[in-house]
Ligand binder design. Structure first.
Ligand code: C5P
Length: 231
């Protein structure tokens, strides 16, 4: 897989028009785009269909959580478009229902372990049991894989532990919280550079603001690719 295939650009912009302009400005360079909750209320789903129709890979990042029956129906509908990746929360019963809903389509079901914006203090607030975030995320990843997930979303800090688990060794790991050298961290708390994350075992990198908010997104994208190839 080439570097370009491993970078997923998160289309975290204010409107679908802006997102489409971004996709077009990266055409020929980036080929994998993530559409998340920020655009869903503004036509994001239609945008996802359009981008898929144009031949790009699409990651629908909806982080679904609901009762099994609703998850199954939601995923079944969404998978008709054969999006490449779809996220659900990492609760085993949610994953099982999502896998059922996916049916024979090719969409990969990816489970969210813990958001990369969370640290231990945040987990305390959410009444998550004591323990190191890496250990908890790793055991959540294992449970997700056992429930049938094709892979997980995990921060760079959890990557080594998850990759070391024989059950997760060959699974997809998508890593957000990526910051090229010298760029702003924003609200992410567990970050790594693109090269670090790939060396630690990420299959794909999700990169949003460092590209979307750059004055020249294509230049920012190319710089990231170069940084990966040079280090
Ligand atoms: O701008 P930035 O590169 O921080 O964007 C990261 C993207 O990855 C956002 O779209 C965010 O929703 C997503 N994400 C995340 N942490 C997760 C799962 C997805 O930051 N655990």
């Amino acid at each position: 897989m080439s570097t370009k295939d491993k970078i997923i650009v998160a289309l975290d912009v204010e409107s679908c028009d802006k997102a489409l302009t971004l996709v077009e400005s990266l055409e020929g360079h980036a080929n994998f785009f993530k559409i998340g909750l920020g655009l869903i209320g503004k036509g994001g789903l239609e945008l996802a269909y359009e981008i898929k129709k144009r031949g790009f890979n699409v990651f629908l990042d909806l982080k679904l959580l609901d009762i099994s029956n609703t998850i199954k129906n939601a995923v079944s509908g969404l998978c008709e478009a054969n999006f490449d990746f779809l996220t659900v929360q990492g609760d085993p019963q949610v994953i099982k229902a999502a896998v059922e809903g996916r049916g024979q389509t090719d969409t990969k079901i990816l489970a969210v372990t813990f958001l990369t914006s969370l640290n231990r203090e945040d987990l305390d607030q959410n009444l998550i049991k004591p323990g190191e975030i890496q250990t908890l995320a790793s055991s959540r990843a294992e449970k997700a894989i056992l429930a049938g997930a094709d892979g997980v979303i995990a921060s760079s800090k959890e990557l080594p532990m998850i990759r070391a688990n024989p059950l997760c060794m060959t699974k997809i790991i998508v890593t957000p919280g990526i910051r090229p050298t010298n760029s702003a961290i924003n609200d992410q708390k567990r970050v790594a550079t693109p090269s670090e994350a790939l060396k630690m075992g990420a299959s794909y990198l999700v990169i949003g603001r460092p590209i979307c908010q750059a004055n020249d997104p294509l230049a920012a994208y190319k710089k990231i690719k170069k940084e990966i190839l040079d280090t």
